[in-house]
Write a protein that binds this ligand. Structure first.
Ligand code: PLP
Length: 388
């Protein structure tokens, strides 16, 4: 009796879409902050976290900031983006990418995505280049890299700068023929990169982000911008308008402890993806995320997309899964369909069909690294029932 009761509990337990995993030195390092009194951005964990993450990506400079959104804006500032400039990005991304441009007076310009990996369709970039194009912003998506080589070729021809949004791809890799036939880490391929350590990212600081670059000039500009543009010569004298985008020592302490476990986290993410894929490939009308031969995905989130013919859209399926106590999240809404941006006169009458399709039919399944095999089977079983 007792056994069967606990069994039912397990059967019906709520499975959240994501849960962080603190299995390492998180508590120890946090206690060090409190015991030492170092809690602000001046504390020693910040520099340590910055240099360790930069080294992990094989990049020279890492500048920790308060969020991924702040990292994108800081990176654009570092590259010198200003009023009148244009920044090309996919429509299928978080609004942070567009907002960062708008705050600097620049204009976001959109392209569509690839229908199978939901990453930027780089073949559309050249058609959007004007003499105002300053930056192209590839957004690596759900653990999978953008096809960067075509961008490298265009960069040579047109001279724009590349800012990678690497928030969803800690540790993911891309095989670049252009850069000498080798695997490169996402976040280490452009002129500068921005990443996020929000609670649901592969490694987390709760809230947080980082700007990454090999270029000292950009690194210095980023450091200035995140710290109110204090003049180096005279404290409390300011030569430009910056922000307080600093990361605390406590956040960096958690980040460093998380980073020590990144390989285990990624291995587990990949293992779970294999299990999900096996179960989902047996189902009709729904597809698991694809991986290109030139990408090593870290499967940040376990994404699926429904076939239009099923007549079930993501909303409907997500409601059905909720009835089985399985939590999910919808895909992004395209930037061209955001009321806040249309109101500014942006992207009116523009259409990005793959983005619109993905945002209607795609969603992601529970994606914690703490998921058990039994939970995965329960989730895919609920999916199967939802399809009928
Ligand atoms: C999470 C995320 C961000 C923003 O990060 P925050 O830390 O939440 O501000 C930016 N870009 C992408 C692609 C993201 O997934």
């Amino acid at each position: 009796m007792k056994n069967s009761k606990s069994m039912t509990l397990v059967m019906n337990e709520f499975i959240p879409v994501n849960e962080p995993c603190f299995a390492g030195n998180e508590k120890k390092y946090l206690s060090e902050c409190i015991d030492s009194g170092w809690i602000s951005s001046e504390g020693p964990f910040v520099k340590k976290f910055e240099s360790t993450y930069a080294k992990y990506l094989n990049v020279e400079y890492g500048l920790a900031v308060s969020s991924g959104t702040a990292a994108i804006e800081t990176a654009l500032y570092a590259l010198g983006v200003k009023k009148g400039d244009e920044v090309i990005m996919p429509s299928f991304t978080i609004i942070s990418c567009a907002i960062a441009c708008l705050r600097l007076g620049a204009k976001p310009v959109l392209v569509d995505i690839e229908p199978d990996t939901w990453t930027m369709d780089v073949s559309q970039v050249e058609g959007k280049i004007t003499d105002k194009t300053k930056v192209v912003m590839p957004v690596h998506m759900y653990g999978h890299a953008v096809d960067m080589d075509q961008l490298f070729i265009l960069k040579e021809k047109y001279g724009f700068l590349i800012l990678e949004d690497a928030a969803e791809v800690h540790g993911a890799e891309y095989y670049s023929k252009y850069k000498g036939n080798k695997w490169l880490k996402c976040g280490a391929m452009g002129d500068i990169a921005a990443t996020s350590f929000y609670a649901n990212k592969i490694i987390s600081t709760g809230e947080g982000g980082m700007v990454l670059t090999d270029n000292k000039y950009y690194a210095d500009r980023a450091a200035t911008y995140r710290n109110l543009c204090f003049s180096p010569e005279r404290r409390f004298l300011h030569t430009d308008i910056g922000y307080n985008f600093r990361m605390t020592n406590m956040q960096a302490a958690v980040g460093l402890a998380q980073l020590e476990q990144i390989e285990e986290f990624i291995n587990r993410k990949r293992h779970i993806a294999t299990l999900y894929k096996k179960e989902i490939s047996a189902l009709q009308g729904i597809h698991f995320m694809q991986v290109k031969s030139w990408a090593k995905s870290v499967f940040w989130m376990y994404c699926v997309i429904l076939e239009k013919e099923t007549d079930i859209d993501a909303n409907k399926m997500m409601t059905r899964l909720k009835q089985h106590n399985v939590d999910t999240r919808p895909f992004f809404c395209g930037l061209h369909e955001q009321p806040a941006l249309s109101r500014q006169g942006l992207f009116l009458n523009e259409s990005y069909p793959h983005t619109s399709h993905a945002s209607k039919y795609g969603f992601y399944l529970p994606s914690s690294i703490t998921l058990t095999n039994e939970q995965i089977l329960r989730i895919t079983d609920a999916l199967k029932k939802g399809l009928n």
